[in-house]
Design a protein around this ligand. Structure first.
Ligand code: FES
Length: 574
């Protein structure tokens, strides 16, 4: 049994001393209806709840949080629910990515400023996971991540619908004139049928799986559907574990190690995970003082087979993944591709947590000798068009387009794209390379998910469903197609994407991991030198702060002043 001397608790400095300030803290605990036995000497578990009516993925958190509180009370702790920004994916404009760092700052500061001994982080919808983890890593107190779990499968006319992926697919059919308005509305009513995050292997499912892989979650919890009773059971267990961890740790820096990040990258590859995970893991590593870079992703991708047969790279959905054994079965399948000796929140090693976890359906979770693909789902590209790197989800691309040279059709920004993409006069063929610029962290701002550029309507009508597309944007983890993304440096920061002109030849040489503008280097330099600095529309406020401090995609788009693992002192308490 750990030494449970209350003076060891961080919260003791608020509630323990015989001082004027501590009197205030204790009297306000009593104002909350708490008696001495409720709070004196008890670990305080701060539950950061991202519930809001604005985020339909987190609607069940009102009951999840009650299960966590039950677990905290059972184990002798004091639960304190702390509402924080939700960073919901669907309603937040221009993009939730603009606010990932906002939530990360809020999480860090709210933990630090308050008597929190352990934080329980309640998230799921895309950016909420990396944001909460980034904040917790920087705050430095023990933290447990409780994932929302995926929503149930979509359904339309007896067909299974997958979040995002089927939206893009059927929107193309609608634009091609193959789907009526009535059918489109039926799909609208059938694609999101319960609370929970997207149930394809999009960014949410990827990041919750990686959080568990890195040891931040109760084993098995990331695969459990939001509406499954096991979600509440595991949430209660997270509450109990949080109380234990107030005494015994581990702290986030003991979990977010180089080995744990290598595991996360490998699992991302085996899952065919979202390209967004690359940006988020880089940002989390930047907070942890771990040296992780884009090349690590490419090296690990080449060593890791794609094992999960999940949309958008494969065929199945998260419910199938859970029934097939879930993440722990996949991790067990990966075996020697992982560092199994890393620590996790329940005090066991990762290897101990996955021991004996079996695969029940090897169509969904493939065996090592029958993978979906020999290599991981995402690769890193370089070349004169992306000197600091770009990424491509080749597992969801058209194989023929992975070695391709074609003439560029350049769109200056998203408005230009929206205006011209369906213009019958647009000079474009299936061989063209669609280029979107000013869509990066600074240019957009916030690096929205615009990277799966729409196929021009006139090509859709001819039956074209994929083209090579290049941008400094991201794309949804549920998207697919031959899209080179995250080009760095971005065009708004003077990257070579700013030099491309319509008609220039561009080559994607996937096997050589090259993205090349087939224009003389002196001409590229001349064009960039002649380029006019774009003015900023943001003279004040958060967006101004964002533009001035956001890093490029190859560094994770964190704020430069939030990177690093230097310890910020706890508040003075007197
Ligand atoms: Fe919330 Fe996809 S919209 S996870």
């Amino acid at each position: 049994m750990e030494n449970q001397d209350p003076t060891r608790l961080r919260s003791h400095r608020w509630y323990g001393p015989d001082s004027l300030r501590a009197f205030g803290h204790r009297s306000r605990a009593r104002q909350s209806g708490l008696g001495e036995s409720d709070f004196a000497g008890k670990p305080v578990v701060g539950i950061l709840n991202t519930w809001t009516d604005l985020n339909s993925c987190h609607l069940h958190f009102k009951t999840t949080v009650e299960a966590i509180k039950r677990g905290v009370l059972q184990e002798g702790g004091l639960p304190m629910e702390i509402p924080v920004m939700s960073c919901g994916e669907t309603l937040t404009k221009p993009t939730s990515m603009l606010y990932r760092n906002f939530l990360a700052m809020e999480a860090e500061e709210i933990i630090r400023a308050n008597p929190v001994d352990t934080a329980v982080l309640l998230g799921g919808c895309d950016k909420s996971t990396p944001a909460l983890l980034m904040g917790a890593i920087s705050a430095g107190v023990p933290a447990i991540y409780v994932p929302s779990g995926p929503m149930i499968k979509g359904n339309w006319n007896g067909q299974v619908l997958g979040s995002g992926s089927d939206v893009w697919k059927y929107w193309d059919e609608r634009r091609a004139g193959n789907l009526s308005e009535e059918e489109w509305r039926e799909i609208e009513g059938g694609i999101a049928r319960s609370p929970g995050h997207c149930m394809t292997m999009g960014t949410a499912a990827t990041m919750t799986a990686l959080a568990e892989t890195m040891g931040f979650s109760i084993p098995g919890s990331s695969s459990v559907p939001a509406m499954d009773a096991n979600h509440a059971r595991l949430a209660a267990e997270a509450g109990r574990q949080a109380v234990r961890n107030a005494w015994q740790g581990p702290r986030p820096d003991e979990l977010a190690t180089r080995k744990a990040f290598e595991n996360a990258v490998a699992v991302d590859m085996a899952l065919g995970g979202s390209t967004n995970a690359i940006v988020h893991l880089l940002a989390m590593a930047g907070r942890s003082g771990v040296d992780l870079n884009l090349d690590d992703f490419d090296v690990i991708s080449r060593q890791t087979p794609l094992l999960a047969n999940l949309r958008p790279s494969g065929e199945f959905l998260m419910d199938d993944f859970y029934a097939a054994g879930g993440l722990r079965a996949l991790l067990n399948q990966m075996g020697d591709l992982l560092h199994l000796d890393v620590a996790t929140v329940n005090g066991n090693t990762l290897g101990e947590n996955i021991e004996g976890c079996r695969v029940f359906n090897d169509e969904v979770i493939r065996s090592r000798d029958n993978p979906m693909a020999e290599n991981g789902g995402t690769a890193v590209l370089r070349g004169n068009l992306a000197p600091d790197g770009a990424v491509i989800k080749h597992s969801a691309a058209t194989p023929d387009l992975l070695q391709h040279t074609g003439p560029a059709v350049v769109f200056e920004d998203y408005n230009d794209l929206a205006k011209r993409i369906d213009d019958p006069a647009l000079e474009v063929t299936a061989d063209s390379v669609l280029v979107l610029r000013n869509a990066g962290p600074v240019g957009a701002p916030g690096m929205p998910e615009w990277g799966m550029l729409p196929i021009p309507r006139k090509l859709l009508e001819q039956g074209v469903r994929d083209m090579l597309r290049i941008s400094d944007a991201r794309m949804s983890g549920t998207s697919y197609g031959t899209c080179a993304l995250h080009v760095a440096p971005e065009s708004a920061a003077g990257g070579p994407l700013a030099a491309v002109r319509t008609g220039d030849a561009i080559t994607l040489d996937f096997s050589g991991r090259r993205l090349q503008l087939e224009v003389e280097e002196v001409e590229i330099a001349r064009r960039l030198a002649a380029r006019q600095e774009p003015g900023s529309r943001y003279a004040r406020g958060y967006t101004k702060l964002y533009i001035e401090h956001v890093t490029q995609a190859d560094r994770g788009c964190d704020f430069d002043f939030l990177e690093g693992s230097a310890v910020t002192p706890d508040p003075e308490i007197y």
